[in-house]
Structures are given as structure tokens and as C-alpha cells.
Design a protein around this ligand. Structure first.
Ligand code: SF4
Length: 324
């Protein structure tokens, strides 16, 4: 399988400015590594503030990484300039969470979709036909061509965003909570369109979400983030069937169960994530999860656990599994 993206030891620290000097750093993303392959969806989950959105934006160089390497099709994106940077900006796209603010209210759907096409100098024989084809591929049609964003529902606006992305023939798309502002039935439509497009064009997706059920539905592999760190990595199937990290176990046991009988049965076994995540300005020493972990040992407070492979392609950073 072709590796589209390699993230190596990525860090993003935000300085906290004092009156005369920097007072410290918010360690939003702190030394994380993972790969994404062609045709694959890699899910990134965790509580809000864990660093998943910062990771997506740093990968696309929308914010400058503090350290580490991001290779897109083998090229270090931080070092790209001129035409190569323009090529990267075209091939790697992002779909934002908010369908209400990501479209220019003064432009028609036709203008919205053609603007980046013209910016990137993509030759199109018949622009109208080109845009209509894109609209049809996301479940809209010709009648929407010259309408304005305020005339559409949230789900339709996300479809327009998606059509604009498709116009650039990307290979990698960051999906940053793309359906969390939408109704459940609309969510399912958009997710299915994303899946169909991936099958047809082989897109690699980084799917950022706090909704574990959605991540399970969408992702082939996934990473669990806690306070800027990746704590578990593996196929979605193995992580959902056999979560290894205590934090992952707690996150999974918080997924709502629709059947009240089963929900009652599970209630007794559930492990609740207690308390709030500590501050990323001064994260806890050793394992960052230790103040909330029911299995904490002395070593957890002193030393950061290494990421180790416990099952084939299933990795975890926890002293319950590593030798010390
Ligand atoms: Fe809990 Fe220790 Fe594992 Fe951290 S390393 S999750 S504190 S057992």
C-alpha cells in the first residue's frame, strides 16, 4: 500500500506570552508519530483539548509545527516552497466542522467551487458542466448552481464544501469533526458520501472526532490521544474489541448503548473517566494519565511509558504492558 502521509515525532507548542518574556508553553501536541496510506481512513480520537485538531492543522501547515517531520508522498511539507508548496496545498485539503462559516456568503455555489480551481490554474473545458458533475457526485444538482450559501441547510453546505475540495483532485483530506454540527440522519448521509468517494478515488482521510461510534464506522485504523500524546494506535477493530490503554477502556465504556436492557447490564461494568484532563501547560510527570488512572503504579509517576507493540500492529503506551 502506498504511504501518503508520515508524521514523525510531531510537536506543536504554543508560547504563553508574559509582559516581557515567554512564560511557558502549552504543549498541545507532544511527540506523536503515525502513517496514513492511500485509500485509508485514520481516526484520531480523544477529549476536547487533547491535541487532535492541532495535529490536523499542523500536518497541513496551517500552523507551523514546533518540531518533527511531516512527509507527504515522501516530501517534507515544512520545507516546501513555491510550486511544490502550491502542489501540496492542492493535494492536501481540509473539511471543517462548521458548515456555516466555511463558505463565502457573497458567492454563488458556482463561484465558491471555481475560485480554488482558478487559483490553482486547473484547466477546465466547460466550467458549468464541471461544477454540475461535482455537485452530482455529492448528491446536489444543477438547480443549486447559482444559489447562495444561506439558501442551504447545514448538510447541503457540507456537500458544497466537499464538492469544492473534490474540484482540486486531492489525495489526502483532513476531516475535522465534519458532521458534529449536523443532525444524526444528515450525518449518516455525509459519512456515506465520504466513504463512497474514498472507494472511487482512493483518498486518504485523517478523521478527527470525539464521537467514537462515528470513528468506528469510518476508520480503518485509529489513534487515541490524551493531553498531546498518542496513547494507543491500531486497527479500529482491534482497539474496539480489545482496548489496552486504561484511558481508551474508559472512553469506550462511555459510548451510549441504545438498548436499555444492555445499558443496565453494562452500567455495573462501566469505567468512568474521572475528573478533568490536567493542564497541558504543566502536564503531569511520567504518564500524563496517571492522576486519573485506577491502575497507577510508582513508575507511572516517574517515567513516561514507551509505545510498544502488544499485538500485531496494535501499540500502546502504558506501564501495564512494558518492562521496567
Ligand atoms: Fe495508568 Fe500507569 Fe498505564 Fe499510565 S502508565 S495508563 S498511569 S497504568
Amino acid at each position: 500500500m502506498e504511504k501518503v502521509l508520515e508524521v514523525k515525532h510531531l510537536k506543536k507548542y504554543f508560547p504563553i506570552k508574559g509582559l516581557f518574556s515567554t512564560k511557558g508553553f502549552v504543549k498541545a501536541v507532544d511527540d506523536i508519530s503515525f502513517d496514513i496510506y492511500r485509500g485509508e481512513t485514520f481516526g484520531l480520537v480523544g477529549e476536547s483539548g487533547c491535541g487532535k485538531t492541532t495535529t490536523g492543522r499542523a500536518i497541513l501547515c496551517l500552523i507551523e509545527p514546533s518540531a518533527g517531520e511531516i512527509l507527504f508522498k515522501g516530501k517534507d511539507v515544512v520545507k516546501l516552497k513555491g510550486n511544490e508548496l502550491k502542489w501540496f496545498r492542492r493535494k492536501a485539503q481540509i473539511m471543517f466542522q462548521d458548515p456555516y462559516s466555511s463558505l463565502n456568503p457573497r458567492q454563488t455555489v458556482f463561484q465558491i467551487i471555481m475560485e480554488p480551481v482558478r487559483f490553482h490554474g486547473i484547466e477546465v473545458d466547460n466550467p458549468e458542466e464541471f461544477v454540475i458533475n461535482l455537485l452530482e457526485s455529492v448528491g446536489l444538482n444543477e438547480s443549486h448552481l447559482y444559489r447562495y450559501p444561506h439558501e442551504f441547510s447545514g448538510g447541503q453546505r457540507q456537500r458544497i464544501s466537499l464538492a469544492r475540495i473534490l474540484a482540486l483532485k486531492p489525495e489526502f483530506i483532513v476531516l475535522d469533526e465534519p458532521t458534529s454540527a449536523l443532525d444524526v440522519s444528515v450525518q449518516a448521509n455525509i459519512l456515506n458520501i465520504l466513504k463512497d468517494l474514498q472507494k472511487e478515488y482512493g483518498f486518504a482521510y485523517l478523521f478527527i472526532s470525539h464521537d467514537l461510534a462515528v470513528v468506528k464506522y469510518m476508520s480503518h485504523r485509529m489513534g487515541v490521544m490524551y493531553l498531546g500524546k498518542l496513547v494507543e494506535l491500531g486497527s479500529s477493530e482491534s482497539i474496539f474489541e480489545n482496548p489496552l490503554h486504561p484511558y481508551t477502556q474508559m472512553l469506550l465504556s462511555s459510548i451510549p448503548v441504545p438498548n436499555p436492557e444492555i445499558a443496565k447490564e453494562l452500567k455495573a461494568k462501566r469505567k468512568i473517566v474521572k475528573g478533568e484532563p490536567p493542564s497541558p501547560i504543566n502536564p503531569p510527570s511520567g504518564c500524563r494519565f496517571h492522576p486519573r488512572c485506577p491502575y497507577v503504579k510508582d513508575i507511572c509517576r516517574e517515567k513516561e511509558p514507551p509505545m510498544i507493540e502488544v499485538e500485531k500492529n496494535h501499540y500502546v503506551a502504558c506501564w501495564l504492558y512494558a518492562k521496567y
